[in-house]
Unconditional design. Structure first.
Length: 297
C-alpha cells in the first residue's frame, strides 16, 4: 500500500506561513468562492458588516466541529495547512478589531457619538475605554501570530507521517479491497474493470475508475464503489435487473467522505459499520451513516 512520507518540498525557509492557506483557498472551494463573491459585489452598510461578521463567527465554530471528527486530518501536512489558515484568521481578526475602532471613530467624526476620556478607577467602562481595548487586543493578537505562526506551521509541515495516501480513485478502491481482505471475516473481491494504466483520473467525471469491491457477509453480497462523486455501498438483494442486463439499485448508503483519494481505512470503517448494522438489524438499507452532500465532479 502506498504511504505518505512528509516532505518540505515547496516550503522553504523564506516561505511565509500563510502560503499553505493561500494555496488551499485558491483550490476549488465553494465556501471560499461565496465569500469572495460577496466581497466583490461590495459591502458598504451596517447590514453587510453584521452579516459578514456573523458568518465569520459561524465559520469559526464550524471549524471546531470539523476538527473534532476522528478523520479530520490524515497527515501532519494537513494540520500545517489548517494551522496556516487559523493564524491568518487570527491576523484578520486583529485587523478587524482595529478597523472596528476606526469605524467607531468615523461615527464620532460625523458628530453622531462622543468619545469621552477613559473612565476613572471604579467607574464603568465607556466608549473611550472600549476603543482602547480594541487597539490593545489587536496588538496582542498580532504579536502572538508574529511570535508563533511561522515556527508552528513549519514544524507541522516537516513532521514525518506514514498515512496511506492514494493517488487517485483506482488506488483508493484497491487499497480498500486490501484492507477489507485483512479485516473482514468473509470473501472480499476486487473487481477490476480496466487494464493497468488505462484509467485517466482527470476525466472520470466523478465516477472513479469503474472498479468496485464485492463483500460477502451473512449470505448477503455488498458492493463498494464510486459514483456521482461519492463513495457508496449497495446491497445485491436490493438490485433490480433491467431489460438490457444492467442492474439498478433503488437505495444505497453514502459513506462519510466524498474525497476521491480518501484515507482507505476511513472508508473501510464505514463499510464494516454499515454491514455490521445491516446484519444485526436488516431493514430498509438507508440511514446507516449520516448523509453527506455530493460534490459534483
Amino acid at each position: 500500500m502506498l504511504t505518505n512520507q512528509a516532505s518540505v518540498a515547496g516550503f522553504y525557509d523564506d516561505t511565509p506561513f500563510s502560503a499553505l492557506h493561500e494555496q488551499a483557498a485558491n483550490d476549488a472551494n465553494d465556501l471560499v468562492s461565496e465569500v469572495r463573491t460577496a466581497v466583490e459585489y461590495g459591502m458598504c452598510d451596517p447590514r453587510d458588516s453584521v452579516e459578514m461578521v456573523c458568518a465569520g463567527a459561524e465559520t469559526a465554530e464550524a471549524v471546531v466541529t470539523a476538527l473534532s471528527s476522528p478523520w479530520s486530518l490524515y497527515t501532519p501536512q494537513d494540520a500545517a495547512t489548517v494551522a496556516s489558515a487559523l493564524f491568518v484568521q487570527l491576523q484578520h481578526t486583529a485587523d478587524a478589531l482595529q478597523e472596528l475602532g476606526r469605524a467607531v471613530g468615523r461615527v464620532a467624526e460625523r458628530g453622531e457619538a462622543v468619545v469621552p476620556a477613559a473612565a476613572g478607577a471604579g467607574q464603568p467602562a465607556n466608549l473611550g475605554d472600549a476603543l482602547a481595548t480594541l487597539r490593545a487586543v489587536s496588538e496582542q493578537i498580532h504579536g502572538l501570530v508574529a511570535r508563533n505562526a511561522s515556527t508552528t506551521v513549519r514544524a507541522l509541515h516537516a513532521a514525518p507521517g506514514t498515512a496511506p495516501v492514494p493517488a487517485d480513485a483506482h488506488e483508493t478502491v484497491a487499497a480498500v479491497a486490501a484492507l477489507l481482505a485483512e479485516q473482514h471475516d468473509h470473501a472480499v473481491t476486487l473487481n477490476t474493470r480496466h487494464a493497468d494504466g488505462a484509467y485517466e483520473a482527470e476525466s472520470d467525471g466523478g465516477f472513479g475508475c469503474g472498479c468496485d469491491v464485492t463483500i460477502l457477509a451473512a449470505g448477503e453480497e455488498y458492493n463498494f464503489h464510486r459514483g456521482d462523486s461519492e463513495w457508496s455501498l449497495t446491497r445485491e438483494s436490493d438490485g433490480r435487473e433491467l431489460s438490457d442486463g444492467s442492474t439498478v439499485y433503488g437505495t444505497h448508503e453514502t459513506l462519510s467522505t466524498t474525497l476521491e483519494t480518501a484515507h482507505p481505512q476511513q472508508l473501510v470503517d464505514d463499510v464494516l459499520r454499515i454491514i455490521s448494522d445491516d446484519v444485526s438489524a436488516p431493514q430498509g438499507f438507508a440511514g446507516g451513516l449520516p448523509g453527506r452532500p455530493a460534490h459534483r465532479g
